[in-house]
Design a binder for this molecule. Structure first.
Ligand code: ATP
Length: 369
């Protein structure tokens, strides 16, 4: 069988495996739609069995219905196999809350992979290929905060301050919640991902258990239990500040890295810096029966309206979504097309040292696909 026949066979397998999949698309705010629209055009041109619906959320929904996240939008998300979300700021955040806490999408997966042509600030970026799995629902993001005076009843002194809270003076608090169930499922997810990636077959856990013995100590304790049950995959762990240094000094040594929410949020943006731009930071948030996909960067308001936002993160995010939906052949082809455009180096956006527009860069990828 010739190579072209092989590919056609794989495409046919994709097509038959995938019944029509509905995708909810929320384009996002500021510069995000400038990346989303051409990428959606590219996707639709593939003639794959997908249908797109556009839930109305945020300001347009407020204008039409008085609420930023009306029930029609929720129904449309619920009836879709996945949601693709452009970066958001402002009132469309209500939809994001639902996609995260309403749909229990507990594992935020943020890959960081170098390939030739990427304008990395590092001297030796070759071989960087790791994925951060950030716990997505707990930690400080349970967002239980308040005035310290609310804790006057707590007699327990701080381990470091040796004073009860009421003696600390005026201030605020935030609760860091780490649960067994929340930790077990995200660490198990990391192990399964390490197996699936078949790279170094390794999971690294990142915490600050020396300082936060109860909360991060528990995350690590549960991670070790999960590691024992997955002993075919290597396991190690680092303190978050030490890890931050290693991630920059020797990023090639990491494979899948699992961590509580806040560290994951910060370090995955820092990982974007290893590649020179947040414009390469793709992201997917997975639960047991739903997933949504959203580039890790923000709405890039400073470059809105200029058609120069780097579409790579959006393209790669779409690749992750299509793989989740069963279109593996397309996802692989898309990855290769992005790599080819970087290798050629002629059609890159300014953040990667080029002078191409967003739409030109997406067209270049579409051309290679
Ligand atoms: P948010 O609060 O939504 O995260 P922000 O402005 O703090 O927004 P980003 O929107 O991520 O953070 O932008 C940070 C910087 O990175 C900005 O200078 C922005 O232009 C740049 N940036 C982010 N995404 C991209 C992209 N896809 N292409 C090019 N530059 C980007």
């Amino acid at each position: 069988m010739s190579a072209i026949d092989d590919r056609q066979v794989r495409e046919l397998v994709d097509l038959t495996a995938a019944s029509l999949k509905q995708i909810a698309v929320i384009e996002g705010d500021d510069a995000a739609p400038e990346a989303m629209r051409p990428v959606i055009d590219l996707l639709q041109a593939q003639n794959l069995p997908i249908s797109l619906v556009y839930p109305v959320v945020g300001q347009p929904a407020i204008d039409a219905t008085g609420t930023p996240f009306p029930s029609e939008a929720r129904n449309s998300i619920d009836s879709s196999a996945a949601t693709l979300f452009g970066a958001t700021s402002g009132p469309s955040g209500a939809a994001l809350m639902y996609l995260r806490w309403g749909k229990n999408t507990y594992a935020n997966v943020r890959p960081c992979r170098y390939f030739p042509g990427i304008a990395s600030p590092l001297g030796n970026p070759a071989g960087i290929d790791f994925t951060i799995v950030r716990e997505n629902l707990e930690d400080l993001y349970v967002a239980v905060e308040g005035d310290l005076s609310e804790l006057d009843f707590l007699d327990k002194p701080g381990r470091t301050t040796r004073k009860p809270i009421r003696e600390l003076g005026e201030g605020r608090y935030a609760i860091k919640a780490i649960t067994r169930q929340g930790t077990e499922r995200v660490v198990q997810f990391a192990f399964e991902l390490a197996r699936k990636r078949s790279k170094q077959n390794k999971v690294t856990c990142v915490v600050k258990h020396n300082m936060l013995r109860e909360s991060d100590g528990f995350f690590l304790e549960v991670a070790k239990e999960v590691a024992e049950a997955n002993s075919d995959v290597e396991f190690d762990h680092f303190i978050v500040d030490d890890f931050a240094c290693r991630m920059i000094r020797e990023p090639q040594r990491f494979d899948v890295i699992v961590m509580p929410n806040l560290y994951g949020d910060v370090l995955s943006d820092a990982a974007g810096g290893l590649l020179g731009s947040l414009g390469l930071a793709a992201s997917g948030c997975y639960g047991d029966d739903y997933a949504y996909f959203e580039p890790a960067h923000g709405t890039a308001p400073d470059i809105a309206g200029k058609n120069i936002i780097n579409p790579t993160a959006t393209l790669m995010t779409v690749g992750m979504m299509m793989e989740y939906l069963g279109f593996t052949e397309f996802a692989t082809r898309l990855d290769h097309a992005i790599e080819a455009v970087y290798a050629e180096g002629k059609t890159l956006t300014p953040d990667q040292g080029g002078s191409a527009s967003t739409s030109d860069m997406v067209m270049a990828v579409a051309h290679v696909l």
